[in-house]
Design a protein around this ligand. Sequence first.
Ligand code: PLP
Length: 406
Amino acid sequence: MIPRLKPILGMDEFLSLFCRISNAVEHFENEFAQAAGVKHAIAYPYGRSALWAFFKALGLENAEVVQPAYTCVVVSHATVLSGNTPRFIDIRLNDYNADLDQVAASINENTRAVIATHLFGYPLNVDSLNAIVRSAEERFGHKIWIIQDCAHSFGARWQGKLVSQHGDVSLYGLNISKMITSIFGGMMTTDDANLADRLRKWRDENFHQAGIVKSLSRSLYLLAIYPAFNPSLYGMMYWLQEQTPLLNSLTKAYHLDEMIRLPPDFQDAMLNVEARVGLAQLRKYESILSARCENARFYESRLAGIEGLELPPMVDGATYSHYVIRVKDRQRVMKEMARRGVQVGQLIEYSIPHMDAYRKYASGHSFQNSLLCSQTTINLPIYPGLSEMELQKISSALIETMHVVN
Ligand SMILES: *Cc1c(COP(=O)(O)O)cnc(C)c1O
């Protein structure tokens, strides 16, 4: 079976598990900043820790934080647990990003930050967003931070310029489902030296070094990924995932228990071993990004015009963390695809203001597009290393599936 996602791991990452480098985290930060086209990067154990720590370090509390209704729920968890309130915005169906007119209308005197999410690798119109935020700052007389959420959009560009070079800070997640990985891990980047110092200082005073046991377990976790995502073994993995609870904790969404919380180790420092793996991944950064774009173009050429598929837009500067299609009967499509040896993903399968824990933040809005996407999106395997034959197999499987379900 062809897995829905696959981290790009080779000999370099394997070897990096065993050779200790001193100050690996600092090295990783420096090289990550370079790849993101900015001056500073600060490492965390998760992306959500970076966001949480940002609010804490700046003393932001009891403020409204504008964010999309359709995004990874850990963003909202970090917002709430830092003592702030999410203000949700519906997305647009043409690129899955927040509707900027609604962003403009939602900013009020309590707004202290806007999270600019570039979902599925699609660049948000950062120029419009900047104009909206600058004018709101003038109106309300205080700073409103722009936090770019680049967890899906490594290397994405708006009008030729990296989105990570806009706004005040940019946020990244680095788990194995992301475009590059450091096992787990997160980063926050910025061009502002004072801000970087402040964030780093707060992190160093409030995050703790984890012990050897965690390093070992993270190394074993990464080692287990190598065979697990091998297509000839993946059929068994898939069966285990579907039929037994064994792997759910590892592979299924870890946040569907509807609880607002962060993992127990969210205030650990990034591990040396995680940084080493991240360094090895950065060497492949450009080739990973370009392979994803190529695979997206392949699908576009095969699937355009097939009835029942709402294909993702092809956008200049997008980097396609996911190749997202909307279909009517998602469960049926996923089942038919699995029968044909292809696992498709269903990311993101919830709309945050529709979740029990977040209903009280919905403030009477209906978030129709967010709800629609939560029920109808699938995503095709799009990682580098898919052979032309595999891409062909996936496309044919989907075309056949649509004949069956239509
Ligand atoms: C993965 C992700 C994050 C950060 O996730 P962590 O698991 O905390 O590293 C933030 N935003 C989006 C949109 C994500 O997909």
